[in-house]
Design a binder for this molecule. Structure first.
Ligand code: SF4
Length: 92
């Protein structure tokens, strides 16, 4: 990875709404209950980039992109199923 690519990938972190917030909000004891973190994520300007990174890295724990670990498992399954769906024959 070039330094430019690394810079681009990390740049969204600088705009994160969770930056400087208490990290324990994003790593709750009950993984599916993090209402404050979810509220912060809903208004975050880099939510899509954050979620994309979390979907690409299953080892990440906690709240990312407004999703819990369980949410991301379901999203990955849905995305996999969608990619495996056969193409529709063209009509006409
Ligand atoms: S979407 Fe949530 S976890 Fe991701 S950067 Fe924004 S506030 Fe942080």
């Amino acid at each position: 990875m070039s330094s430019q690519q690394l810079g681009e990938e990390l740049s969204w972190h600088l705009l994160a709404s969770c930056r400087g917030k208490n990290t324990s909000l994003f790593f709750p004891e009950e993984p599916d209950r993090a209402p404050l973190a979810m509220a912060i994520c809903r208004r975050c300007p880099v939510r899509q980039a954050c979620l994309a990174e979390a979907l690409a890295r299953p080892e990440l724990l906690g709240i990312w992109g407004g999703t819990t670990e369980a949410d991301r498992v379901r999203l990955r399954q849905r995305l996999t199923m969608r990619s495996l769906r056969p193409l529709r024959p063209s009509s006409g």
